[in-house]
Write a protein that binds this ligand. Sequence first.
Ligand code: MN
Ligand code: ZN
Length: 498
Amino acid sequence: MSVKFEISFAKSVRLNGGLAILLKDTESDLPVGADSADPANVFAKASRIVRFTGKGLTTLDMVAPEGSPVDRVIVIGTGKAKELSAHDWLKLGGSAASKIRNVEKVSIFVDVPGIDSPAKAAADFALGMLLRAYSFDTYKTKKGDDEDKNNGQKPVKVTIVTADHSAAKKLFADSEAIADGVVLARDLVNEPPNVLGPVEFAAKAKELEKLGVEVEILTEREMRRLNMGALLGVAQGSVRPPRLVIMQWKGGKAKDKPVAFIGKGVVFDTGGISIKPAAGMEDMKGDMGGAAAVTGLMHTLAARGAKVNAIGVIGLVENMPDGNAQRPGDIVTSMSGQTIEVINTDAEGRLVLCDALWYTNDRFKPQFMINLATLTGAILVALGNLHAGLFCNDDKLASELTAAGLVTYERLWRMPLGKDYDKMIDSKFADMKNTGGRHAGSITAAQFLKRFVQDTPWAHLDIAGTAMGSIQDEINQSWGSGFGVRLLDELVRANYES
Ligand code: MN
Ligand code: ZN
């Protein structure tokens, strides 16, 4: 499915052909908009015949009878409308989007009685549609038989009918900024690794300048001058040079300390000399999911004009085995001056992040730092695809993040940190080693990062289970999910805008 929607909002609509989508909750008899959609009231009869009660996300799909002002009618059940969360509205929109095929125009009636904020519901519904409509088909040269006939030609005109249409339209401007950020992150994760190397990724980030983001790109030479020995050690086995990208969005007051987001951007992770097994290695094109989320987030914050000063820093490298690759046993010196014994070259993400974190803290003195990384397979063992691991040295930040996770359904589960775990990465030969062994693998990875953040409030999100290959649902059918963009946008929106 690849459909583009052109969404507008209206108080009412004159139906004249096309598809009408109506919502029905379990409390009311008729679907919303049913009267205007069809005076003959065939819906009530059809509902009775198939026992359609309006349970959440069930659908009733009907060809409209002769004389009806539309060609086709789909009723989507909402369940108990009063209990719908923001995420439920997203799912309803996603469900509606999945039904829209081979039509040019659609009218959607969303005003279910009894809900608190119809405008917000309508905007969330529309966001769900945009998220569902995404599909990554850049490299498919043949269209499948079930491909929408409208595909690539012209967008489907969608009118969302709601009483408070001007408020909905205003809110939807933000929804579009969010959807665009998620789409950017998904695209970056889905792109094949031969196409998206560190240089190409940096060029993508540079495009954010169009939105008013200041973008700097550090090359290998500049990183060498900054003594980023940990990041550069990972990169040295690849013929593709590394990049560090710094994005600044200055939407807040000049005196406001910035908030900072740091992303792991390993464009491909073979494991290096500690090479990974062949099975599933292709998925390691997604090992830049953290950097993708940070880039998508910066897009969203700028596109919606967020009143915050935000920094995005992404470390872009490729981890390859090579005659010049780093070896197990190597000792590298990080920008912080701390030395690291490389035990396993596949534990490379933390080596990239430690220099990126130190650099960000040192240069920007942010209010907080949040890093995102597809860091450990161990987080999948612990939490599966349903929660990202949250490691945090600050209870306030942890609870704000957890709350944002519940609102966006990009859920986090807090994991422990502590001195005893920290000991597990002490090294015989250097200040620390880059793995603490198999047990508590996600935690010792976090302890490693913690050694580079000093007293700054900091959170590490291990998104190895949620950024890619996560469970497909109403609002995401893509391998690269864009996890983190909506979460962190919500965190900023709820707590950090002036
Ligand atoms: Mn690795
Ligand atoms: Zn990795």
